[in-house]
Design a protein around this ligand. Structure first.
Ligand SMILES: Nc1ncnc2c1ncn2[C@@H]1O[C@H](COP(=O)(O)OP(=O)(O)OP(=O)(O)O)[C@@H](O)[C@H]1O
Ligand SMILES: [Mg+2]
Length: 228
């Protein structure tokens, strides 16, 4: 629900001065960036450099040591846990490195789940269309245990897009996929930016995928550089 401090014309995501230390190691320091509607950012860097940690901070699932994260001008640290959780359902489509599908729901029901979480009527047609876009319509009624890792990953991507979220945060969404399916997923995510106006942050080890996004943020051991 919009409040006086929330404005749709504010950036979809604004990160200011973000720093995080884990296990005594300063992963990154003073990260600032802004994403407006339709803009995309690739987060790249070696394993352990803090990419997933940064995505968790952007999702409000973890707190920074310093700095702020805002969605449409709303500063996450100022929200109650309940408000943050409710806002996250509406604002963010999340694809985790581990996909977290609900084991007792089939693929279609997993993609419909965000509607229920948002208190909406599930849109089976939209859910099926999304499964089709990621090449999974033929397994709509399969349960996660009956799906391969890459198949589960594609269902998780369809689920993340179900509510047409302003912000998509995807952690290596093409990591487990063959070239054809990786390309399919990349195009589905880019289409969400160009056609639905979503903003996308995507962690990737693929130089091809990173190159398809408008901006890149590189995390490195104690070094940080932002560039095109
Ligand atoms: N809860 C924690 N306590 C201590 N250290 C942690 C914790 N979570 C993560 N780390 C460490 O923080 C560093 C960054 O982890 P992170 O998962 O963000 O890396 P990443 O860039 O996503 O790596 P990958 O490409 O392998 O997924 C790693 O060295 C990891 O071991
Ligand atoms: Mg990671």
């Amino acid at each position: 629900m919009a409040s006086s401090s929330t404005h749709a014309n504010e950036p979809v995501l604004r990160v200011q001065g973000l720093s995080k230390t884990l296990g005594g190691v300063r992963l990154f320091e003073d990260v600032s960036l802004t994403l407006n509607s339709g803009q995309s950012l690739a987060v790249v860097g070696e394993s352990g450099s803090g990419k997933s940690t940064l995505l968790h901070l952007m999702a409000g699932l973890d707190q920074p040591d310093q700095g702020t994260v805002q969605w449409h001008g709303q500063q996450l640290a100022k929200l109650t846990q309940a408000k943050l959780a409710a806002l996250r359902i509406a604002h963010v489509g999340l694809v985790f490195q581990a996909y977290y599908l609900m084991p007792h729901l089939n693929a279609l029901q997993n993609v419909e789940l965000p509607f229920l979480l948002a208190g909406k009527q599930p849109e089976a047609k939209r859910a099926l269309a999304l499964l089709n876009m990621v090449g999974m319509a033929h397994k709509a009624h399969a349960f996660p245990r009956e799906l391969s890792g890459g198949e589960q990953q594609r269902v998780a991507i369809a689920r993340a897009l179900a509510l047409r979220p302003p912000l998509i945060l995807a952690d290596e969404p093409t990591g487990n996929l063959d070239e054809d399916n990786a390309e399919k997923v990349l195009q589905v995510l880019l289409n969400a930016c160009s056609q639905e106006g979503s903003s996308l942050v995507m962690v990737t080890h693929s130089t091809h995928a990173a190159g398809a996004l408008a901006q890149q943020l590189r995390l490195a051991q104690h070094h940080l550089s932002v560039g095109r």
